[in-house]
Write a protein that binds this ligand. Structure first.
Ligand code: ZN
Length: 261
């Protein structure tokens, strides 16, 4: 039995393809990665529970740019990594286990790869993961700072969570990622089926997110680098010698970087 109150999550679209995640309980609200203040301020102005705090995954402007304007109206704690600079009021390094008002237990997972200080927030009682630009549906974040070893470590930590975990990435990249996934694994029926599902959602302007870890294990090539189908495709595409899963992951990421689908 869980004592966690009901937690509702709403996607607030902003910019071209970002989502700000708004978490709401009866006690109050949190936002994850408010790159733009306007959509958050609009929701708060319409009434409802107060804003209790902000969670930041990493330093990129499309994740933190709205924080000063948000704080001007709603002075709340901002939790996140040092790399995000002086918008952070409560520094986190990864590895912390927090209890936050309204949210209950929050495990801070270090997933430095896209950026070196990147954090993910796992709510074990709600079965949710807010992972910024680390894992996307059917893809993963580009490596600005990290190496393939860092990416492997980050994805391994995420993949260790329960299969039913709902995953909330920050970008609507699913359709494009699935086009790449279908080239890597043309015989993967789960990828084909999910392409149809995502097309139907997007035609109604509905988010393709959240996803689940169980689904990502079926359709996301970056979580499937031990599958013979993925290893064979990467080997045929590149000339790099691959002697490990890490090598496959590195070559797959490099292939995706130049993929024009
Ligand atoms: Zn980013």
């Amino acid at each position: 039995m869980s004592s966690t109150p009901a937690l509702y999550v709403q996607a607030l679209p902003c910019f071209t393809d970002n989502y700000i995640w708004l978490l709401e309980t009866a006690a109050g609200r949190w936002v994850v990665d408010p790159g733009d203040a306007a959509p958050v301020l609009a929701v708060l102005a319409a009434g409802g529970p107060p804003l209790l705090g902000v969670l930041v995954t990493h330093r990129h402007a499309d994740h933190i740019g709205g924080i000063p304007a948000l704080l001007a109206r709603h002075p709340v704690p901002v939790l996140g990594p040092a790399e995000a600079g002086n918008v952070i009021s409560e520094l986190l390094a990864g590895g912390e286990s927090l209890t936050l008002p309204g949210l209950g237990r929050v495990e801070v997972i270090p997933v430095g790869a896209h950026t070196h200080g990147h954090l993910a927030y796992h709510l074990p009682d709600a079965g949710m993961l807010f992972c910024g630009d680390t894992l996307f549906s059917a893809g993963c974040g580009r490596l600005f700072d990290g190496t393939a070893d860092d990416l492997q470590a980050a994805l391994t930590r995420i993949n260790a969570l329960p299969a039913a975990t709902r995953i909330y990435p920050t970008h609507e990249y699913t359709a494009a990622n699935l086009r790449f996934a279908a080239v890597v694994e043309p015989a993967n029926e789960d990828i084909r089926a999910h392409q149809l599902q995502v097309a139907a959602w997007r035609a109604k302007n509905s988010p393709s997110l959240p996803t689940t870890l169980a689904l990502e294990r079926l359709i996301n090539p970056f979580l499937r680098v031990e599958q013979p189908s993925v290893v064979t495709a990467v080997r045929h595409h590149g000339e790099a010698e691959m002697s490990s899963t890490r090598d496959t992951l590195a070559a797959l990421r490099a292939w995706k970087d130049i993929f024009a689908g």
